[in-house]
Every structure is written in structure tokens, then in C-alpha cells.
Design a protein around this ligand. Structure first.
Ligand SMILES: [Zn+2]
Length: 224
């Protein structure tokens, strides 16, 4: 289920930020000019710029760049809105020479393959192909150490677990947290209940993700 238009748009944005054979990459100064930062009273931002329509972007609804002058962690958020009105965000920090990934946030300029039916997050784990209630029950069972045999994929980058319903064949789904496609297929064993600390860490991570989302939302809302 590759969204060709979305992939094209990501490729375009990547060339725009990093440069290609014809154009140099986007500098912080260029970005400031685009959003009008240099020509108006300084604000805390964000300031935005919508990329003009062109063939490479015809497969998406819009591409917007948000500039955050005062944020120590994130200077630029790229928002690609696909035809289904879903927003794909990538976060960058200017290091003086180029755009680098903002700490802990998604920055790879490739399209996330949009995934199958529902994917639910419960307590830091993801559940694919489960109804909401089932996902919650399974999460509880996992917590109690009573879910031996449950199949899941483990992200090799950040240890995110994606449990998938037995009915669905092992899906080729990227990690919903970091976009990594390198997954190890595993089965829960008849082990002791999940280590308490590990469970707490997992929940903390889920909470942090939720907070980051909320912060971004607020930044967007409170901007000028
Ligand atoms: Zn991951």
C-alpha cells in the first residue's frame, strides 16, 4: 500500500532540504526568508511557508514548513498533508551547516508506509489487527505474564513491540514509533510476568510520546 504521490512529495522535500545536482540545500537563512522572519518583527514563532504547487507535489494536498526561531530542540517542522488529509510530520534542528534530526523525533524524509487496519497503542506497545477492547485485554494479559504464544515484532532500533493478531499474517509494517523497517519476529514465552521496571519504562516512553504530540499541537495552536 504505497502512496506514490506521498513518496514523490517526500523525495521532493528531501531534495529541497538537502540539495540535489541542480540546487543547493535549504539553509536556515533561506528558511527565514521563506517564512518572512527577516522582514518582520521577531516573534517566538512558529512561522510557516507553504510550498507552491508543482508536479512533484501533485500527489499530496500540501507541504508546509514551520519555523520555530526560539525552540532549542526543533527549528523546523515539515508537514506533508496527504490526499486523505493525514498529516506527516518531520522534525529538524539546524546544526549550523545542515538539518539534523531533532532529538527523539521523527526526521527521516521517506514516506511512512500507511498501515493496514487499526493499530492501537496500549501502555507503550502497539497492537495491529486487534479491536480496541482486545488490544486492552491482551495488554493486561501481557502485563500479568499470561500471554505466552502471542506473536509480535520487535523494532531493532527502539525495542517497540507490535503485537499482531493471529489471523493476520506477519505484516510488513514499519515501527510506528520510529519508522524503522528492521523488525525481529518473536513469540512471547512462558516467562515470569514482565519485569516491573521494564513495564514502567515502557509506560514512561508512551507518556513522553503523548506529551511531545501535545506540545507540538499547542505550539501550532498558540503560534501567531
Ligand atoms: Zn522503532
Amino acid at each position: 500500500m504505497v502512496d506514490v504521490g506521498l513518496e514523490q512529495a517526500f523525495a521532493k522535500v528531501r531534495a529541497f532540504l538537502e540539495g540535489d545536482f541542480e540546487h543547493p540545500g535549504l539553509t536556515l537563512y533561506d528558511l527565514q526568508n521563506l517564512v518572512g522572519y527577516n522582514s518582520r518583527v521577531k516573534t517566538d514563532g512558529p512561522l510557516s511557508y507553504t510550498m507552491p504547487p508543482e508536479p512533484a507535489l501533485s500527489g499530496v494536498a500540501a507541504v508546509r514548513l514551520y519555523y520555530y526561531p526560539k525552540d532549542p530542540e526543533v527549528n523546523l517542522i515539515v508537514e506533508i498533508e496527504d490526499k486523505a488529509r493525514k498529516r506527516h510530520l518531520r522534525h529538524f534542528k539546524w546544526n549550523g551547516i545542515s538539518w539534523t534530526a531533532a532529538r527523539g523525533l521523527k526526521a527521516d524524509l521517506t514516506a511512512t508506509r500507511e498501515v493496514l487496519p487499526s493499530i492501537e497503542e496500549v501502555g507503550g506497545d502497539f497492537f495491529l489487527g486487534y479491536a480496541s477492547e482486545e488490544a486492552k485485554e491482551l495488554a493486561e494479559a501481557i502485563r500479568r505474564g499470561e500471554a505466552a504464544g502471542a506473536k509480535y515484532m520487535l523494532c531493532t532500533r527502539d525495542n517497540t513491540r507490535i503485537f499482531y493478531a493471529p489471523a493476520s499474517s506477519p505484516p510488513a509494517v514499519p515501527c510506528p514509533r520510529c519508522g524503522n523497517t528492521n523488525m525481529i519476529f518473536k513469540t512471547l514465552t512462558l516467562a515470569t510476568p514482565e519485569d516491573r521496571i521494564e513495564a514502567i519504562l515502557r509506560e514512561q516512553r508512551a507518556l513522553r510520546t503523548a506529551l511531545e504530540d501535545l506540545l507540538l499541537y499547542l505550539k501550532r495552536k498558540l503560534g501567531p
